[in-house]
Design a protein around this ligand. Structure first.
Ligand code: G6P
Length: 369
């Protein structure tokens, strides 16, 4: 391996710690400081073309698909165009409805994932406009899409994706606002407000990284379990899915992410005395509902680790332990909430003596369908 670990034990840890810089680089010149506007010149779609778009389909695999889950909410909220998100290996083979009114957004760190490229080609063949979000300049996805937005995360070596995921989120926020500027679907003041909070994200991520030792202690206890759950609603559910995947990939602990409100329809039967449940409760609109779901699992014996926004003391009363994340807008929360979950997966894998950077059976980029 020629790339340097810069003093870190693993590439994954190095890449987790590079996120403040990766956020800054990805936002970079795309935010015009003087008038608080988003500038995404690489997307050449005009306002007139955008107005003809009737649906947006986000297509990706693995972690990039999880970024798409956040992307869907961002697009619908900011641009008010119906948006779906689907894993590429399913999308491609179900004869999806694609036409010249479709905008397909493919998301791929490597830009080389076979299923994602197959979806991209099929979408183009059927007349869709295709935007690629990728981390690799000159990759197949970058070359073949109509427009390409690069995530400036820098090279990602560890198989488990971290900084590529979070910079994909940043790109979705920027793209949503860029479209909103073209379509007039958002007030100027809302855009100014979101950009103000986005500029704080790098420092806020750094503050989370500075608390790694506490996460480590919890991770070492979790490493002794064989099953655990992640629950959340809305964007917390999206982040829960990515957190759960991180844990599975490198610690080999079986975990499942569940929409908090759906637990009672079956999965609650799996909760036993001491089952760890990581409950994300950052979304203010559904806070009360999430808390009642936490009470439900705790009543069945679950040991609940809450993830909450700083100052949410109410949650503290209903969980066994809690990690606080700095205050931001609900929409931006996944870009912070995922950081302790990345660290949790990393330290649990480490405690189990696993090869963190090269987990068994997995590859960084999957070039077969
Ligand atoms: C592999 C990697 C995952 C990644 C997925 C999609 O399975 O192990 O970390 O999320 O491929 O990769 P892509 O390069 O398309 O984002």
């Amino acid at each position: 391996q020629t790339a340097e670990k810069a003093g870190y034990d693993h590439f994954m840890l190095k890449e987790i710690h590079e996120q403040p810089k990766a956020y800054r680089d990805t936002m970079g010149a795309r935010i015009n400081e003087s008038d608080s506007r988003v500038i995404l010149d690489e997307v050449r779609l005009t306002a007139e073309q955008l107005r003809r778009i009737q649906h947006i389909q986000i297509v990706a695999c693995g972690t990039a698909y999880h970024a798409g889950l956040v992307g869907r909410q961002v697009m619908e909220q900011m641009v008010r165009v119906p948006t779906t998100v689907e894993v590429a290996s399913e999308y491609r083979y179900r004869n999806p409805i694609i036409n010249e009114h479709t905008l397909v957004i493919v998301v791929s760190q490597s830009g080389e994932t076979a299923d994602t490229l197959a979806a991209l080609r099929e979408a183009k063949r059927q007349g869709a406009r295709v935007i690629a979000i990728t981390n690799v300049v000159g990759s197949s996805a970058a070359r073949e899409a109509d427009d390409c937005i690069i995530t400036w995360a820098g090279p990602e070596i560890a198989v488990a994706s971290t900084k590529a995921y979070t910079t994909q989120l940043i790109v979705f926020y920027l793209l949503g606002m860029h479209f909103a500027q073209l379509m007039g679907t958002m007030d100027r003041s809302s855009i100014v407000e979101i950009l103000k909070h986005m500029r704080q994200l790098p420092e806020q991520v750094q503050a989370l990284l500075d608390q790694s030792e506490r996460v480590r202690a919890t991770a070492e206890r979790l490493a002794e379990h064989e099953h655990l759950f992640y629950i959340g609603r809305g964007l917390d559910y999206a982040a829960a899915q990515e957190g759960s995947l991180k844990l599975k990939e490198i610690s080999y602990i079986h975990s499942e992410a569940y929409a908090a409100g759906e637990m009672k329809h079956g999965t609650l039967a799996l909760i036993e005395q001491g089952t760890p449940v990581i409950a994300l409760a950052t979304q203010t609109e559904v806070m009360e509902k999430t808390i009642s779901n936490i009470i439900e699992v705790r009543a069945r014996g679950a040991y609940v680790i809450g993830i909450a926004a700083q100052g949410n003391e109410e949650l503290e009363k209903s969980v066994d332990e809690v990690f606080y994340i700095p205050r931001t807008l609900d929409l931006l929360t996944p870009a912070l909430a995922i950081v302790p979950l990345q660290l949790l997966a990393y330290y649990a894998a480490l405690a189990r003596g696993n090869d963190v950077d090269k987990p068994r059976n997995l590859a960084k980029s999957v070039t077969v369908e």
